[in-house]
Design a protein around this ligand. Structure first.
Ligand code: C5P
Length: 294
């Protein structure tokens, strides 16, 4: 039996813009994405001679073939033409589920990366990326990591200069947001404000953290705020605590603030943590394997 381990890092959307509706029912997006240190712990036991399974304390994620980690493993073995006599994925979930943080996508990407490395890279990079895309729109970025501009459904990735060292305070209020419902809703409204993605790319290139922070924006934010004004309060607390910029990640409802210093970030996390269990202090991750994954 073989044991493999990896950290499956979550992501934040520094910007998220919906630029059009596609014929396949999906939407064209343009977003600056950032890998963060907050992540799940994943272990894979291979050749267990038992039925494939997921072992996790979380009651919120499927433990059957619908689980993204198992779908990723099944896709990998199918594409690579390798057989595996039993697999168990142990998942210690830290990233909240249905939060806009890409936790499930990160688990799937970690499985693909572990298996690809363990079996000596049997899949060409392009095939690995298209397999990631089949599993979910955020999985290609989760494989790519670091800081990137994501376009198309999220699969067209361009490496960006890394975000300067900073701190993120994340806060997920305890109500669910349905991603498909939100995409449906955005088709029926006029988007009045869009992020200035170019300004963020420029700020990253110039190492201008305040300018990057000022331009954080997500077109889904007003839709979520209209239905759940609680996110406005979280944004206010983050700003009052000294965040240089505040936004919502993905389809929400996780709100995040970007801080240049640890102390105010810790104070904000302590304050929000009194009210919201899912509050985290974390940092951006610069992709170590960035060049080899381009
Ligand atoms: O690809 P994923 O399963 O993460 O997408 C979840 C849902 O989000 C899709 O079913 C679709 O409704 C919506 N979506 C979209 N356009 C994208 C990504 C996601 O409409 N680019």
């Amino acid at each position: 039996m073989t044991d493999l381990h990896a950290a499956a890092h979550a992501k934040l959307n520094l910007t998220l813009d919906v630029t059009g509706r596609r014929e396949d029912g999906y939407h064209d997006l343009r977003m600056v994405m950032q890998e963060i240190a907050l992540g799940d712990d994943l272990s894979l036991h291979l050749d267990t001679d038992a039925a494939w399974s997921v072992c996790t304390e979380s009651r919120e994620i499927p433990a059957d073939g619908e689980n993204l980690a198992l779908r990723a493993a099944a896709g990998f073995f199918r594409e690579a033409g390798i057989s595996c006599s039993g697999l168990t994925a142990f998942l210690r979930k830290r990233v909240p589920v249905c939060a806009g943080l890409g936790g499930g996508s990160a688990d799937a990407a970690a499985v693909l990366r572990l298996l690809q490395e363990h079996y000596g890279c049997p899949l060409p990079e392009e095939r690995l990326m298209s397999l990631a895309e089949e599993i979910g729109s955020d999985v290609p970025f989760a494989l790519f990591g670091g800081t990137a501009l994501a376009e198309g459904k999220g699969e067209r990735l361009t490496r960006l200069d890394p975000l300067q060292d900073c701190f993120f305070v994340l806060c997920k209020p305890p109500f669910p947001v349905s991603t498909p419902v939100l995409y449906h809703a955005i088709d029926r409204v006029t988007i009045r404000k869009r992020p200035d993605t170019e300004a963020v790319c420029r700020a990253l290139a110039e190492g201008d953290l305040p300018a990057a922070a000022e331009n954080l924006y997500n077109v889904f934010y007003p839709l979520v705020a209209e239905e759940h004004p609680e996110v406005l309060k979280i944004a206010e607390i983050l700003r009052d605590s000294g965040a240089l910029g505040v936004s919502m990640s993905g389809s929400g409802p996780t709100m995040f603030g970007l801080f240049s210093e640890r102390e105010p970030a810790e104070a904000a996390a302590a304050l929000l943590g009194k009210r919201y269990t899912d509050t985290f202090l974390t940092k951006p991750v610069t992709s170590a394997g960035a060049s080899s994954r381009e």
